[in-house]
Design a protein around this ligand. Structure first.
Ligand code: PHE
Length: 537
């Protein structure tokens, strides 16, 4: 038997793929050929030789996720590290507010948390997706306990003044009515090949069977029809004896379309980072910060020992040999600086950056974000609405209510009573705390008639991140997409200054971005240091 050369080698296949489809196609090609694991695992907290940074100093601006991550890695690699934080609070936007804690937006009276002991509000981030592998790996290695964060319950509610008389409707009802009605329509197509060239006449049976599963269709004569289903839930729940329960009546497609629910809420749990499962640190988001702060570094110290608080930065300057950083409590000279400040804030600090760099800093757009949380007098969402965790969505400016993912059946609990961004957050930000509370009560009433009776209005916390001292907003607006030139300019060090923070990642507004960008900044410093060491040898 003669051995025949394969018509197409693997390399040839990949080269052709690249020509046709670019790098993305090659990646898929590699995975198809089994040459790459999917998804590439995060290899663990980067570990560098413990002496690589000896004799070198790095100043880090900001003690949030990115700054503390960089501080941990660099000090473990032997660098001398100092973290300069403007606020008294360590942790940046990872702010968990507990009874007795207070904070203040610029120029406003401080708010003090009056919740019962044991309750808290994650005033900043509140959830971590299961595919945020880097931050989860840090949590694992730092011993931060996690519990489920429930993003979506099918019992959550959707509400719009435009539909269903303004009444809140269970999400399951909208979702599965839509499945059923769309499936029924498609089942009427005589020849699926007309819909998609990859299908042939022989695929019709499988196509119809798939649609039946997708939409809970039933046989009707020769065809398939949607005639309601228990997926949409019950107006009266089945019981025992003579109570079979009763399903909700069907909804017509026109009212589903008019409701606009498909714009907000209905499909949010399909967004890549909001797909189940998500997690939260047990006891509050700042448990991750605490994990980082207690992490051991050489010299019998911890990361906490590296942080100087309440010391806003006044100057960042590249010098012939490194950097100089002036701050309220002193002045530092170092080989490198990592700034994790919001770019728009760093641009306002006295500096000697090149005009192109300063310009790029100013072009990253800050996003306003607003949150309000309060203690409930009883867990009415559980008792009255069978809601255990998840989020209800409304057109009202509050936009959403988060139900606690923990403490089921406890007498009380903390609801996130509003969470929004952009223009709505800006207008909430202009209101007094009392006005915000009044508006959030109005929004709560839309989703849960009677709401005002079941929350302690004097135990409410509100926060407009764009008004908080030394923060520019909740996050930055899609940096890579919004202004690619500015984003890519900022990924390149400016002299001895480099940046880290979620804004410098494809995970803006997420801890994952903060951690991954900090990893990268440290990698760049280590690379430069080892090159310098190699030249000296
Ligand atoms: N991570 C935040 C959230 O889940 C903020 C965010 C929202 C970030 C949307 C990106 C996109 O609410």
């Amino acid at each position: 038997m003669t051995l025949r050369r394969p018509a197409l080698t693997r390399r040839g296949f990949l080269t052709r793929l690249a020509a046709i489809g670019g790098a993305g196609a090659v990646y898929h090609g590699l995975t198809t050929l089994g040459l790459l694991a999917v998804p590439p695992a995060y290899a663990g907290i980067p570990a560098y030789p413990a002496t690589i940074g000896q004799g070198r100093r790095v100043v880090i601006l900001g003690a949030g996720m990115a700054g503390l991550t960089a501080a941990l890695l660099l000090s473990r690699a032997g660098f001398g590290v100092k973290v300069i934080e403007a606020n008294r609070h360590i942790g940046g936007r990872s702010l968990t507010v507990r009874p007795g804690d207070s904070y203040a937006e610029t120029g406003r009276p401080a708010l003090t948390c009056a919740f019962d002991d044991g309750l808290y509000l994650n005033a900043g981030p509140g959830r971590i997706p299961h595919n945020h592998t880097a931050v989860l790996e840090y949590c694992r290695e730092l011993g931060v306990a996690m519990e489920p964060y429930i993003f979506a319950s099918r019992a959550n509610l959707l509400q719009s003044d435009k539909a269903f008389g303004g009444d809140p409707v269970q999400l399951r009802r909208i979702k599965y009515e839509l499945h059923g009605q769309l499936a029924e329509m498609l089942a009427k197509v005589p020849d699926p090949a007309a819909l998609d060239g990859s299908l042939g006449a022989g695929d019709r049976a499988a196509f119809l069977e798939m649609l039946s599963q997708f939409g809970a269709l039933q046989r009707q004569g020769d065809g398939l029809a949607y005639r309601g289903s228990n997926r949409s839930g019950y107006a009266v729940l089945p019981g025992a004896g003579r109570n079979p329960g009763s399903l909700w009546p069907e909804l017509d497609l026109k009212s589903l379309l008019d409701s606009d629910f498909w714009k907000n809420g209905l499909f949010n749990d399909a967004t890549d980072f909001w797909q189940t499962s998500l997690m939260q640190p047990t006891g509050g988001m700042d448990m991750i910060v605490r994990g980082l702060l207690r992490a051991a570094i050489p010299g019998g110290r911890t990361v906490r020992d590296l942080v100087v608080t309440e010391s806003p930065v006044a100057e960042v300057a590249n010098t012939a040999t490194g950097v100089r950083v002036g701050h309220a409590k002193g002045s530092e000279t170092a080989d490198f600086c990592i700034s994790t400040m919001a770019p728009s804030l760093l641009a306002k600090v006295k500096n000697n950056f090149t005009p192109a760099y300063a310009n790029a800093l100013g072009r990253i757009v800050d996003a306003a974000a607003f949150k309000l949380g309060w203690q409930a007098t009883r867990r009415f969402w559980e008792q009255d609405d069978d809601i255990y965790g998840g989020i209800s969505w409304t057109d009202h400016p509050i936009r959403q209510i988060w139900y606690p993912s923990d403490g089921f059946f406890a007498g009380t609990g903390v609801l996130t009573g509003a969470y929004n961004n952009g223009a709505v957050a800006e207008s909430f930000g202009r209101l007094s705390h009392e006005e915000r509370v009044a508006l959030a009560l109005e929004g709560g009433e839309k989703l849960h008639p009677g709401f005002s009776n079941w929350v302690h209005r004097d135990r409410a916390l509100s926060i407009a991140w764009h008004n908080m001292p030394h923060f520019a907003g909740g996050w930055q607006d899609n940096p890579p997409e919004a202004d690619r030139d500015a984003y890519f300019r900022l990924t390149v060090p400016e002299g001895n200054v480099m940046l880290a923070g979620d804004f410098l990642s494809y995970w803006w507004g997420w801890k994952e971005g903060a951690v991954r960008s900090a990893d990268l900044a440290v990698e760049a410093i280590v690379a430069r240091t080892s090159q310098a060491v190699a030249t000296r040898l």
